[in-house]
Write a protein that binds this ligand. Structure first.
Ligand SMILES: [Zn+2]
Length: 183
């Protein structure tokens, strides 16, 4: 029997599909949100501790861009702090399972957490950023001098805001979530 390459699912796609089924995520989730499957970074490197004291990792190239950007911001008197960087597909699934266990429904969970397989954090290129004096992962970050600095300068380091207001993915506004798009 012959299979065309198009019909053959990679083991990664199968794993993602199985996790989604297990968590009760609608099968049309990716189409609905216009999300592409995110490859999982195979060798994330340490970038130091986040604001909560947890070790964080990114892909080597994204980490290098992050360090350059952090140094440049510091030279302008802006302190950029990491909140969350690389997350594996399994870790994302555990986050969602924890929320389900806490009694939240999947529709509500998916408004703020990407389904496993579709988080930019899998790629090792995404980084949630905060700055002193602002609560991490809150919209109010967009009133910080750090956000203003990122808006002006992040592009120079190939970081882009992934989910601005009114984004085509129908994802909540995340002024803290930046993704490296360099090569
Ligand atoms: Zn994020």
């Amino acid at each position: 029997m012959k299979f065309s390459a198009k019909n053959r699912q990679s083991s990664y796609e199968c794993k993602v599909a199985a996790l989604q089924k297990q968590l009760g995520i609608p099968a049309d989730y990716a189409v609905q949100h216009n999300f592409a499957l995110q490859a999982e970074c195979s060798q994330p490197v340490p970038i130091g501790k986040d604001v909560m004291g947890r070790e964080q990792k990114m892909s080597a190239a994204a980490a290098s861009a992050w360090f350059d950007m952090q140094v440049a911001a510091a030279a302008n008197g802006i302190e950029l702090q990491a909140v969350s960087a690389f997350r594996s597909v399994d870790y994302q699934a555990r986050i969602i399972q924890r929320k389900l266990d806490a009694g939240l429904c999947i529709e509500h969970i998916l408004q703020v957490s990407a389904a496993p397989g579709y988080s930019e954090h899998h790629s090792g290129s995404a980084l949630d950023i905060t700055t002193p004096g602002f609560e991490p992962l809150q919209e109010s970050f967009d009133r910080s001098p750090a956000f203003k600095w990122l808006t002006d300068w992040a592009g120079k380091y190939d970081f882009r805001l992934s989910y601005p207001q009114g984004n085509p993915h129908g994802v909540a506004y995340e002024p803290w979530h930046w993704c490296w798009h360099g090569n």
